[in-house]
Design a protein around this ligand. Sequence first.
Ligand SMILES: C[S@@+](CC[C@H](N)C(=O)[O-])C[C@H]1O[C@@H](n2cnc3c(N)ncnc32)[C@H](O)[C@@H]1O
Length: 313
Amino acid sequence: MTSTIHDPDALLELGQALQQAGYRFTTVTPATHRRVNDRPGNERACDLRGVFGWSRPFAEDVVPAGMLALMRRAGVVREAKNGLFATVRASTIGERLYFHSAFPTRADDAVFFGPDTCRYIAALKRSMDTLAPPRRAVDIGTGSGAAAIEVGCRFPECESIGADINDYALELAAVNARLAGCAKLPTVHSDLLNGLDGGFDLVLSNPPYILDPSKLRYRHGGDMRGAGLSVAIVDAALARLNPGGSLLLYTGVAIVDGRDEFLETIQPKLAARRAAWTYEELDPDIFGGQLDCEGYEDVDRIAAVWLRATLAA
Ligand SMILES: C[S@@+](CC[C@H](N)C(=O)[O-])C[C@H]1O[C@@H](n2cnc3c(N)ncnc32)[C@H](O)[C@@H]1O
């Protein structure tokens, strides 16, 4: 079954109501989420954070009647075994609120948002301080739209495109952009950059990078222990960046015996285009639990990395 928002205006109003109520929620990893929800007393939600953050079943009177009506209009509430259940989560970074999929995210069209998004946005904000204002930018695999929104809000003259292969992500990204007051944010169905014409001053991405046996779209990064899609993004960006344009890529790389195969693969590509680039490990060890999974037998660790590459003007 594919997910959809019945009434985007109702979801927008719900987001505004949550913001007015001072709602805040930091999304944690699935392992932490499960642990916290499994604690005695956390079976059901008793406040808005329980409903929209922790994705717990709830009784009708936990949510103000106006919000519940908006949830029904938007089609983001369903009957559960022990109450009602919100099919979207709402997470915040600073003042911004983003709708994405409820926990657990098992569906193939689940819309991702997590600690990786927070690291991605933090690195993006730092990089934007020293970036020439782009006129056209694209966030490949935009999910909730967080990064495209950040670019669109920082550079109001820029056409900041949110691209994804998941149509439900595009629906939520469009609502999240309106919620952030980011008016100029087209959302486009596109596999990498194949659904878009023309050049870009800025290509950015936080793509899937896990070797996921179930091949979930938001998680599976393909061959090279999940780095395949990230390499494809480097190729696509180098082919489509305008002179002076930049690629900003947040990804996770499997380090094998001290070697970073992703970096070894992209270095000659960057050199061939005479790109100026920096590559930084943001976190040396993420998704440690993944190392117990098939395909990771020889992997030391997964590192979160940040690539910034700029073509000559
Ligand atoms: C890990 S999620 C990240 C979402 C968002 N960028 C963020 O930081 O929260 C990866 C996203 O890439 C999308 N995706 C996967 N393969 C893609 C492809 N070939 N082209 C475009 N988007 C893709 C998924 O649907 C998903 O929304």
